[in-house]
Design a protein around this ligand. Structure first.
Ligand code: PHE
Length: 340
């Protein structure tokens, strides 16, 4: 048995010299130390070794096993390291490579359109503010006059994270956030994503963009709202775009209005982009409810204000004649490339 062990070790030492790859080293490991490996098999013969020699022989066999393991491991590690290095060398990326100018990115159509309206609003004295997308129920609903169990919560199917925290369903969450932080008079706007449980079709996506404007001062009235919104829409959609103001309802404004604009894809005839109506409902607005002002620490006997909220995706859709809302969120490079 002793001879056998020595023979195997000798074999390992010579075989290792011819090993060229880590895979070959692994094969040698299996041949010697695997389940049916040459050294492993010897353990099975231990029973036949006379009892008085068994301990010494066992030790010899274990030492041989460790030695073989060390010899093979050393080579295996060396080879797999150099194989990895070789691979890294071969696959290296040249970051200094000149990019074809065609491959330079472009701004998303929503961003492009937002930049246009932001310029119009800034020119009219509005400042941009920001609000969180993950919001407390308090700001999204309660402080804009939508207490728990209020039926108007059904108007917006919400995505809750905890009973108190949700994905904001509207940028109107920035109304209380603004009133909490800025003293009137103020004229602000915010832009961002809002989220509602919605199945995807040509006009619906579970995330979409809104733009919200808020103006609070002494003696702000409905005439200011109509004047300012008409001006914004004229500048933004073009002088000739037809718009229509009609009475509506929102819990946080009184009175409330909605504005429709003619669909510029079908020019009022009706197409999939406007669900066949020939027009888009583009925004909700109204005079901020006195109770909302009061809840947010502004005296409604001194101050009044208006607020408006656009579903913003519709504008780039109309401007660039995009027939399907879904493509706006897919980040398909073929879609985005068209807006350079
Ligand atoms: N938050 C409303 C909505 O999402 C829109 C709105 C904003 C209405 C401001 C009135 C005033 O439908």
């Amino acid at each position: 048995m002793k001879d056998k062990i020595e023979e195997i070790l000798k074999y390992v030492k010579s075989a290792i010299e011819t090993v060229q790859t880590s895979a070959e080293a692994q094969a040698l490991r299996v041949e010697i130390l695997g389940k049916n490996g040459k050294l492993t098999e010897l353990f099975r013969f231990m029973k036949q070794v006379p009892a008085e020699e068994r301990q010494a022989m066992g030790q010899l066999l274990n030492n041989a096993k460790n030695e073989a393991d060390m010899i093979i491991s050393a080579k295996e590690t060396f080879l797999s390291d150099s194989e990895l290095n070789e691979k890294l060398m071969k696959e290296k990326i040249d970051v200094t490579l000149d990019l074809n100018e065609d491959e330079i990115g472009a701004l998303h159509p929503v961003t492009l359109d937002f930049m246009r309206i932001a310029e119009i609003l800034t020119g009219m004295g509005f400042s941009q503010i920001d609000g969180p997308e993950i919001e407390y129920d308090k700001y999204n609903f309660e402080l804009v006059n939508v207490p728990k169990d209020h039926p108007s919560r059904d108007m917006q199917d919400s995505l809750y994270i905890t009973p108190e925290i949700l994905m904001r369903t509207q940028t109107s969450n920035t109304q209380p956030r603004a009133m909490e932080n800025i003293r009137p008079p103020f004229k602000v706007f915010t832009f961002g994503r809002v989220f509602r449980k919605d199945d995807i079709d040509a006009t619906h996506t579970p995330a979409f963009y809104q733009l919200e404007g808020i103006y609070v001062d002494k003696k702000v009235g409905l005439a200011d709202l109509k004047h300012d919104l008409s001006l914004i829409l004229k500048k933004y959609l073009g002088e000739s775009t037809k718009t229509k103001f009609r009475a509506s309802y929102f819990p946080f404004t009184e009175p409330s209005v909605e504005v429709d604009a003619e669909c510029n894809i079908c020019k009022g005839k009706g197409c999939p982009a406007c669900n066949g109506a020939g027009q888009y409902e583009i925004l909700g607005a109204g005079m901020i409810h006195p109770h909302v002002l009061e809840m947010n620490g502004i005296d409604p006997n001194i101050y009044s204000g208006y607020a408006f909220g656009f579903g913003f995706d519709r504008f780039p859709k109309m401007r660039y004649k995009i027939p399907n809302a879904k493509v706006m969120f897919e980040n398909d490079i073929r879609f985005l490339k068209q807006f350079k």
